[in-house]
Design a protein around this ligand. Structure first.
Ligand SMILES: [Zn+2]
Length: 153
């Protein structure tokens, strides 16, 4: 589903779509062709997170954005979320989108070397929707979660 208007084009993914991706891909998050990026701030610490997700807090996103590129390079998709995916998630997704476009046009000026850019999705209803829907929550304390999702079903 696409957002209307002149804003950067942001795609949305539902929790069910993310579950399908997680179940279809390898259990090891590093081996997947997509990355889940959590841009919540302190809530990650208290509320847990989606197993295998990276943490790039929205408050520091401008500063940490350069560190995100190596983590998503070569991936097909980046699925971003905050608590509700209404403000911070889409805002960080737009920043990432602009950054990728800039990288792509840089590479284009060096001819044909344009990298495959991942599609950026925002997880509908965010982490709160994920947890409220009974999806598994990881409570490790790592900024780069290396756990696989433990499916209760
Ligand atoms: Zn974890």
């Amino acid at each position: 589903m696409a957002a209307a208007g002149s804003y950067v084009h942001i795609e949305y993914a539902t929790a069910a779509e993310l579950v399908d991706r997680l179940k279809a891909g390898p259990a090891d998050p590093a081996a997947r062709d997509f990355v889940v990026v959590d841009v919540r701030d302190d809530e990650r610490e208290y509320d847990g997170h989606i197993a295998g997700s990276l943490h790039f807090a929205s408050a520091e996103f401008d500063d940490t954005l350069p560190r995100l590129w190596p983590a998503i390079r070569g991936k097909k998709a980046v699925i971003m979320h905050c608590a509700l995916s209404q403000v911070r998630g889409p805002s960080c997704a737009r920043k990432l989108h602009r950054q990728l476009e800039a990288l792509a046009s840089q590479d284009k000026s060096q001819r044909d070397a344009a990298p495959e850019l991942p599609t950026i999705f925002v997880l509908e209803r965010g982490f709160n929707g994920w947890a409220a829907g009974g999806k598994p929550v990881c409570r490790c304390g790592d900024m780069v979660c290396k756990q696989s999702v433990q499916w209760p079903w």
